[in-house]
Design a protein around this ligand. Structure first.
Ligand SMILES: NC(=O)C[C@H](N)C(=O)O
Length: 327
């Protein structure tokens, strides 16, 4: 039987780090040779091609890097047939890169993100088992057409739903609202449900915009909104209160941004649930909707930012942007 063929792309993160002997704190490894040797020893049942893209701690990864990675993977997939793709990535911004890819790619081939919470020097390094489960998921026919996936701790999550929820725990990645799509158990890839998201096709040919996030708190006013309008950013995501409400002192800033053709996307600082136009008081969701604010369902602010960055490359008209967000 032919071996399944996997494309593995290294981008960095704790999965490829080790402890500095002096400080005993994690530092980036200069190459992935150790990791590749471990993979080669363990996974002889697969044919794996390796791409050493980078060794970034993931806080260094910018949206433009995500775009370049997506292009690179696209060109590999055009030149050779793969059963699946596995991308190793730092966990801090993994949910953003994975969601970027989810919006960008419109293919059946499984793309799986994975990483580690413990580095190569630490007891209980979880990188190898995460890579193993990810290869199994990427090679599984059951994974085709499910969008981009994130596999850690033997759980399979959808890039559109998943979030890093714990600073250090091995089971940090959770789809808080819906639970995992499935699991890996004794080398079996088992799916329990289908994805909830209907994703717009946001395959883009360039990435040029700047979108910032403002977190709303009690007493927030228009200071940060005014600053971003003055800076001429291309879009603003508000991580608002509860169902999607802001203090009335923010309304002048929101109005000014929209008058300056800067789209505003509404998310909630609650980790679960949709934003909705329930409240008609000044600054309430209904009022914000009347002002022209875009609603982003149950996306986190960091994912809504990625969606707006991509959407703005396709469209700048507010009415048409509503098509990408109001669902
Ligand atoms: N577990 C990790 O990978 C965290 C690391 N700071 C990173 O995102 O690169």
């Amino acid at each position: 039987m032919n071996k399944k063929r996997i494309l593995m792309v290294f981008t960095g993160g704790t999965i490829a780090m080790h402890n500095d002997v002096k400080s005993m704190r994690a530092i980036v490894s200069s190459n992935n040779t150790n990791l590749i040797n471990m993979i080669e020893d363990s996974f002889k049942a697969f044919e794996i091609d390796y791409v050493e893209h980078s060794s970034f701690p993931s806080p260094y990864i910018k949206p433009i890097d995500m775009f370049k990675m997506a292009k690179l993977i696209e060109s590999h997939l055009e030149h050779k047939k793969y059963d699946g793709v596995v991308i190793t990535h730092g966990t801090d911004t993994m949910e953003e890169s994975a969601y970027f890819f989810d919006l960008y790619f419109n293919i059946e081939t499984p793309i799986v993100f994975t990483g580690a919470m413990r580095n190569l020097s630490e007891l209980g390094y979880d990188g190898l088992s995460n890579i193993f489960s990810s290869i199994l998921v990427a090679a599984s026919l059951e994974s085709r057409g499910r969008g981009v996936l994130l596999v850690m701790n033997d759980e399979i999550n959808s890039a559109a739903e998943v979030m890093k929820t714990h600073t250090v725990a091995l089971d940090t990645f959770k789809s808080l609202e819906f639970g995992p799509l499935g699991i890996v158990d004794s080398q079996d890839v088992i799916y329990y449900r289908s994805n909830t998201n209907t994703k717009p096709n946001l395959t883009i040919s360039k990435l040029t915009k700047r979108v910032e996030i403002i977190k709303v708190a009690s007493g927030s006013d228009s200071l940060l909104l005014d600053f971003l309008v003055d800076q001429k950013v291309d879009g603003i995501v508000l991580e608002a209160l509860g169902r999607g409400n802001v203090p009335p002192m923010m309304v002048p800033g929101i109005t000014r941004a929209i008058e300056n053709h800067i789209p505003i996307v509404l998310t909630s600082r609650c980790p679960k649930g949709r934003v909705f136009d329930t409240y008609a008081y000044e600054g309430g969701g209904h009022h914000l909707k009347e002002l022209g604010v875009l609603f982003s369902g149950n996306l986190s602010s960091q994912k809504a930012r990625i969606k707006l960055l991509l959407a703005l490359e396709k469209i700048s008209n507010l009415d048409e942007l509503h098509q990408y967000f109001d669902n």
